[in-house]
Design a protein around this ligand. Structure first.
Ligand SMILES: *Cc1c(COP(=O)(O)O)cnc(C)c1O
Length: 396
């Protein structure tokens, strides 16, 4: 099928939520390179929205997937023990603050589970705490509860009244606003350590540390949504490590399966001990194939210290981007290989993204007229240099 035939099928039959997509259909990938139907090569700096941390056709992903598929078992359900699931949980516990892990299928589902965990923690104590505070410009997913936690009218407006009740947003990086919104019914604060969709906005270090202290003083749980910032991308396995702040619950997804859908809820023993049989569950979550791929990919990423590599490559890329002399670039910000290029009003990020695509470079956007980069962590200096040159030419 050619691109216009695919486009037509999509336009006729797919729910209209994505509208007109970028005019390309990738059919093959290798390293950081994607190929379209005509064999044209594109250098990828977006990794399928911060998902493909090991790029395309990486043996740690592809071989693990094939090997598991060849056993004939893709799925058995959580009625039985699942070896890669147990090993992946152990790997995550060994490398993070967490004592226990639960697997879901996506970021939104992990956040749903995290909010349930927080409520159950207080319910088990006979406490009336149930409210969850999150931030303006946040993004936590598309289910009803995660939409209620996502501080953006664009996502919330069509679905009011929002479900569940007790979810409110306060300005990000504003400790006083958070303190003022907290009361004796507050169960948890849910934050991204760096807002991704909202514009690639890192938390101020004093803010995040202040949030932790405030939560401790008030007996409130801190949930960090690291769905986008996690899995080595920002320069540590999880971004919060660089702040010296430890959450009670953390959610992970996107890069966790390097392209295979999987999400995770990581929790301290304090929180996990409130959970009893039947409190939560999933048919697919922690599925054999998902865990086999994620276990292999995460073992590789951790074993080859991709956190340090992402930090080093990110510093290189950010400094190269900052050296572009263009009044269209107002700011380059981010951590590691999650980078936002703040563009001037007269340079719309969406149009720039499409022009870059036409030049053979895949980038993304974020809210607030930001060009967003989240490349595979295996990206080379040559690939970064080529992108910076193309961007400079496009803006020059
Ligand atoms: C992408 C994202 C989500 C939602 O993940 P899905 O897998 O799309 O459900 C949640 N939180 C953050 C911070 C994200 O970037």
């Amino acid at each position: 099928m050619n691109l216009s035939e695919i486009k037509q099928l999509d336009a006729e039959h797919f729910l209209g939520v994505f509208g007109e997509r970028c005019p390309v259909c990738f059919v093959r990938g290798e390293g950081c390179t994607l190929y379209d139907q005509d064999g044209r090569a594109y250098t990828d700096l977006f990794a399928g929205i911060a998902v493909n941390a090991l790029g395309y056709n990486h043996p740690a992903v592809t071989d693990a997937l094939i090997a598991q598929a060849k056993t004939g078992i893709l799925h058995t359900s959580n009625l039985y023990y699942v070896e890669p699931q147990a090993k992946l949980a152990a790997l995550l516990c060994a490398n993070t603050f967490a004592d226990r892990v639960f697997f879901a299928n996506s970021g939104a589902e992990a956040n749903e589970g995290a909010m349930k965990l927080a409520r159950k923690y207080f319910y088990a104590q006979g406490s009336k705490r149930y409210k969850i505070l999150s931030a303006d410009h946040s993004f936590h997913g598309r289910t009803l509860a995660t939409v209620a936690a996502t501080g953006h009218d664009y996502y919330q407006a069509p679905y009011r009244p929002l479900l569940p009740s007790g979810l409110t947003q306060v300005p990000y990086n504003d400790l006083d606003a958070l303190r003022a919104a907290m009361d004796e019914e507050t169960a948890a604060v849910l934050l991204e350590p760096m807002q991704g969709e909202g514009g690639v906005t890192p938390a101020d270090p004093e803010y995040l540390r202040g949030v932790r202290t405030l939560c401790d003083e008030q007996g409130v749980l801190l949930i960090l949504d690291e769905v986008q910032t996690g899995v080595c991308r920002t320069g540590s396995l999880y971004c919060h490590e660089q702040y010296g702040v430890t959450p009670d619950i953390l959610t992970s997804a996107k890069g966790l399966g390097c392209g295979f859908p999987i999400g995770a809820i990581l929790a301290s023993e304090k929180v996990a001990s409130a959970i009893a049989i039947g409190d939560h569950g999933s048919t697919f979550g922690g599925n054999t194939l998902a865990c086999a791929v994620s276990l292999s990919a995460m073992t590789y990423l951790i074993g080859h210290n991709f956190a340090a590599l992402a930090k080093e490559k990110g510093a290189y890329l950010m400094s190269a981007l900052r050296s572009i002399a263009s009044e269209k670039i107002l700011e380059v910000r981010g951590m590691g290989l999650l980078i936002g290029i703040q563009l001037a009003q007269d340079c719309p990020a969406g149009a720039l993204m499409k022009r870059l695509l036409a030049r053979g470079f895949v980038a993304g956007t974020a809210a607030g007229n930001v060009l967003r980069l989240a490349p595979p962590l295996i990206i080379s200096r040559d690939e970064m240099d080529a992108f910076v040159l193309a961007l400079a030419q496009e803006l020059g």
